[in-house]
Design a binder for this molecule. Sequence first.
Ligand SMILES: [Zn+2]
Ligand SMILES: [Zn+2]
Length: 284
Amino acid sequence: MPTVLTDYHLHLRPDEDGTPAERFFTAENVDRYRAAAAAAGIVELGASEHVHRFSQALAVWRHPFWEEQAVDDLDAYCEFVRGAGLKLGIECDFVPGAEERTAELLAARDFDYVIGSVHFVGDEAVDHPGWDVWEGSGDPDDVWARYFEALAACARSGLFDVLAHPDLVKVWGRAHPLPDRDLRRFYEPAVAAIAASGIAVEVSTAGLRKPVGELYPAPAFAAMCVEAGAVFALSSDAHRPSEVGFAYDRAIEFLARLGVGEICVFERRRRRLEPLGAAVGENS
Ligand SMILES: [Zn+2]
Ligand SMILES: [Zn+2]
């Protein structure tokens, strides 16, 4: 059986770039992503723009940050991605209380997969200056507990195929206070929800490009997921072509050490497992 590498969590442009979407939603730009993927041996490639960049997202949540960002048309994006021959995905925040509205937005489009994310706890973000949960009190036990409860609810919602960057709360590393107890206490509710829902857990190399300098999820968290019978999806969360397949040698070694030999492949929201490929190319 042939082996496979995926990069499903791709943004076709940088975050908070004011440049109109049309500048990035072009065949030339997709070719740059495709060339980088080919060089890294990645055969399964898909786009997953942030839901908050589309005006339709305001039917789900009216956070001021979303109101500022939601300018593009979701259906035009879907049409572009399909036409470009990429798998069609989206990175969609889990917004507590907005499950039905989220389900409606997702069901109206023929996505190959939906990546569920938690960036916010309440109205504040764990990874976003300007809406920073770490400003003010920012008690690490409280922030971590709330983050992993939200992640558990995200998994249990049944809205998503993949759970993005599962311990994003650690993104700033030592630049913000960390809980001083065993972090497995925080992972537990999320692992239970992952096991109950069957959602795929994303192994993301994005954390290696962030202050924390680690893969998402942390080894102890990933080991608990394996123990609970979870399956995994592999992505870079690239925001530019040079980040496609970023540090895949690290991710592949990480999965191998966990005893994980298969990764998820998606098509029209159906999932199958295929043998994990080997890293190649200069990005790895
Ligand atoms: Zn994200
Ligand atoms: Zn992302």
